[in-house]
Design a protein around this ligand. Sequence first.
Ligand SMILES: [Zn+2]
Length: 283
Amino acid sequence: MVVIAACVHSAPSLPGPELEPSITAFQRTILGALSGETEIRPGLKLANRMDIANKREARAYLAAQLTAIGLTAERQPYGTDSENVYAILACGKPGAEAVVFGAHYDSVRVAPGANDDGTGVVAVLATARELVKTKNRTRDLIFAFFDEEERGLVGSRNFAQMLKDRNRAIHSVHTIDQVGWDENANRAIELEIPYEGAVDFYKQAAAALKMTMPIWETPETGSDHVSFRRLGYKAVGITEEYRHKDTTPFIHKAGDTFATINWPYLASTTRLMIQVMTMLTNS
Ligand SMILES: [Zn+2]
């Protein structure tokens, strides 16, 4: 019998299209609870994630999700009753850089915030769920959920400052906000003020997955990526076609509900992010 040795340096397996149904099942469960479609705990449905009692429920729920994935949930309280929730997936190499992938979990008061930004939150969680399975990572990953984006990027500003204060070596920061609307079904995403090389990198990730959607670059400053850039970090925002006018008409409205979410688009965007994070932590 001839035994053929396997390649020693095996590349991580690609997140293929067969992954998308399981991404969707996972995301529907979590986004259902966050957006008041289903009970977040017995007897309680969230009307929004602005009121403090609701935000406390959302934080506890997100921390529990991180724990369920196998990560250790950490909290960054700031101000009077504000808090970022995050987890570090360490690569085990001393002094390794980290890649940050985050989304804001708060909403405006009138909206359930399913798309804005429940979709970003479940994209981060589904990515974390896959990345914990990868081996031989060369960088740490920090998965973060920011408070108070809707009050002026307050949570992300505090999170960026914490990284600075800890003198953390950061490769790049990726924040995702509103990835649940794709009426023209072209699967396109926009990269907001991408750091140098980011667009090419995302296009390489898409090409590796044989995805052919447009990946646009825009100058949009309306989300958390700005907080990191202000402190000198390489940052990029990821969103639906906000500037290209294929974006939810329900932003900051009561209609931003679970029922409006385009699940296949959310899953395909998430699959791209899994590939981006895998490549960033295997280079
Ligand atoms: Zn948002």
